[in-house]
Ligand binder design. Structure first.
Ligand code: AMP
Ligand code: MG
Length: 419
């Protein structure tokens, strides 16, 4: 006798934890820097956001010389044993000029950044001096070693100032420049093809709001996904909206696979019959579909089409946004060989109650209020993009843990995730 299994009663696959899914995803991300033509040399001016493919070693010490931290007078402290002491001024040293050795028993007029003359052991700021004709009076007895920035106190000669795998940011560019680097070796930009699926989608600008047919919505995912990719240093080919048809989806995927490292899509990866992304990827390459134990953002697809990676994000805007930040961002950073992938969570106090925590790990959209506590956006639905704009970060809440006002929670700031 055959038993018919009702599909709705078939055992469901257990949901995957985010950490597990992320670890598997990262295992597929082989660093572009290790491939042929994976590294390029760019001007230090243009290296913001790029990942270093070399360790920057300083050929010099910074500062190069002991120099003054103040506008004032350089002297030997022992020459002014008490307040009111007067010394003749024997030289004037501006920033960028060379200093002569200090004549014993004199002071040198000195300006911020100017080299401290040999023989001087301290600098007194001009506010504590009285300029006389050719001399200077000190209103207090000066301590030694005051207001001198020592040679090498920032960078020692031979020091590794920026390690390979560092994601460059403005201060890092300045540091590279301070050791003389006009150019830097960085990992090439990942090439990403982006497309949205969904016959309901209309591009803003194509139809005015009053002309939108019933059931149509504007394509919002395309805008934030493109911006997120650009912020992560990617070169983006925006392939627009692909209709909900298997043949069109396959065509778009095959075309995208040719010259890209990653094909990123949104929508069409859940279980509806209009979801053609999964069968299209399966037909052309391989597909892993993960039902993750997170909220928002349950369905997530990883696969390969030809030589390209494929990632399919859920269509709901907040799910798409959050899964990008939690999974695609570290994936793209790993592709570029970046060292720090995980955002830092900060313990903070909730100013809200969340009594009915989901059995999945939740990422709640919250805002740091002026009292330093977290307020919750009232509508946490995965379609409400306003929550991600109003919020300035996410609370990472473990499965099934209710939150009471005043509880400590783990806060991850968007500022960090969007950098
Ligand atoms: P799907 O994953 O294709 O079933 O889509 C889930 C939900 O997200 C549906 O309500 C879609 O209309 C919506 N959605 C899908 N793609 C987009 C998009 N690009 N912009 C805005 N909403 C979208
Ligand atoms: Mg759809």
């Amino acid at each position: 006798m055959t038993t018919l299994i009702n599909p709705s009663q078939a055992p469901r696959k257990p949901l995957r934890s985010l950490d597990d899914a992320l670890a598997e995803l990262l295992s597929y991300a082989h660093a572009l820097g290790d491939t042929a033509n994976g590294v390029e040399v760019v001007s230090t001016f243009d290296a913001d956001g790029r990942v270093l493919a070399e360790t920057v070693v300083s050929p010099l010490q910074v500062p190069a010389h002991d120099n003054s931290a103040m506008d004032g007078y350089a002297l030997c402290a022992a020459d002014v044993p008490e307040a009111g002491g007067v010394l003749p001024v024997s030289q004037r040293i501006a920033a960028g000029s060379a200093a002569q050795a200090l004549q014993p028993g004199t002071a040198a007029r000195i300006f911020t950044g100017a080299p401290v003359p040999p023989g001087a052991d301290t600098v007194v700021m001009q506010e504590q001096c009285e300029a006389l004709d050719g001399a200077v009076r000190f209103s207090a007895r000066p301590p030694v070693n005051q207001a001198i920035r020592r040679a090498g106190e920032d960078v020692a000669q031979g020091a590794d100032v920026l390690l390979s795998g560092t994601r460059l940011h403005p201060a890092a560019l300045g540091l590279a420049a301070s050791v003389g680097r006009a150019e830097l070796k960085v990992v090439r930009r990942p090439k990403v093809a982006l497309f949205s699926t969904g016959d309901e989608l209309v591009m803003p600008g194509e139809l005015a709001p009053a002309q939108l047919p019933a059931g149509a919505i504007y394509n919002s995912n395309r805008f934030f996904l493109r911006a997120l990719l650009l912020r992560l240093g990617c070169e983006v080919t925006d392939m627009g909206i692909v209709p909900d048809q298997l043949a069109a989806t396959q065509k778009a995927l095959a075309q995208a696979a040719e010259h890209h490292d990653l094909i990123l899509t949104s929508g069409g990866v859940s279980v509806g019959e209009e979801d053609h992304v999964k069968p299209a990827v399966s037909a052309l390459g391989e597909l892993h579909l993960w039902q993750m134990a997170i909220k928002p953002g349950k369905p997530f697809a990883y696969g390969r089409v030809g030589a390209a990676h494929f990632v399919g994000l859920p269509g709901n805007p907040v799910s798409s946004f959050v899964t990008f930040l939690l999974l695609v961002r570290p994936f793209l950073l790993r592709l570029q060989g970046a060292e720090e992938l995980a955002p830092k969570a900060t313990p903070m106090r909730a100013n809200f109650a969340w009594p009915k925590a989901d059995h999945r790990r939740e990422f709640l959209r919250v805002w740091r209020n002026p009292e330093g506590r977290l307020d919750l956006f009232p509508n946490q639905s995965s379609g409400v993009l306003t929550s991600a704009v109003w919020g300035d970060g996410l609370v990472d809440n473990p499965p099934g843990r209710p939150i009471a006002v005043g509880d400590e929670v783990a806060f991850i700031s968007f500022a960090e995730l969007l950098a």
